[in-house]
Design a protein around this ligand. Structure first.
Ligand code: GDP
Ligand code: MG
Length: 178
């Protein structure tokens, strides 16, 4: 029975990928609970949270968010999470070139094995640590453009641009044809 939900409401499976420690769990926590916990625990395997977002046209998007663990030993599990996902958020830390390389690995992985119409967002997190920046915005922007991705720099700590990540995805979700 669908009577309680508006026909234009959307549901979207979303997966976060990226090196361990880049802030994936903090981004999700900021979006879902509006909080930042600097002592947040390392994600084991993957965790699931859902959150709705109301758009300007009053459409409600329900995000089903899979927050994966970045460690190598879980890499083989990643396809379980990105398969069938409408959107993938690939996160790196702007202070860590290694994490940017790892992000590029995930992008290639998604291009090879993800759904061909998956919405991909490249997120440079920890923008509040700009004094220690080691990945330039321009380099990341160019990479994102080449790979048909949306690019956003965020801070889960200050909440900068966190909602924008989900709004950009929501805008691009396929709408049901009436
Ligand atoms: P994950 O392994 O990608 O899920 O990373 P976490 O979300 O567990 O975050 C790893 C560490 O980075 C934690 O110590 C967080 O407090 C810190 N962190 C996460 N996001 C930010 C941010 O935007 N700014 C700063 N300064 N630290 C952050
Ligand atoms: Mg985590």
């Amino acid at each position: 029975d669908n009577s309680a939900t508006d026909s234009k409401d959307l549901r979207a499976k979303l997966v976060l990928l990226g090196d361990s420690g880049v802030g994936k769990s903090c981004i999700v926590l900021r979006f879902v609970r509006g909080q930042f916990d600097p002592t947040s625990k390392v994600t084991v395997g993957a965790s699931f949270l859902s959150q709705t977002l109301a758009l300007e046209d009053s459409t409600i998007v329900k995000f089903e968010i899979w927050d994966t663990a970045g460690q190598e030993r879980y890499a083989a599990l990643a396809p379980l999470y990105y398969r069938g996902a409408a959107a993938a958020v690939v996160v790196y830390d702007i202070t860590s070139p290694e994490s940017f390389s790892k992000a590029q690995y995930w992008v290639k992985e998604l291009q090879k094995h993800g759904s061909p119409d998956i919405i991909m967002v490249l997120v440079g997190n920890k923008a509040d640590l700009h004094k220690n920046r080691h990945v330039s915005s321009q380099e990341a922007q160019e990479y994102a453009e080449k790979n048909n991705m949306v690019f956003i720099e965020t801070s889960a700590k200050t909440a900068d641009n966190i909602n924008q990540v989900f709004e950009e995805i929501a805008k691009r979700l396929p709408r049901p044809t009436a």
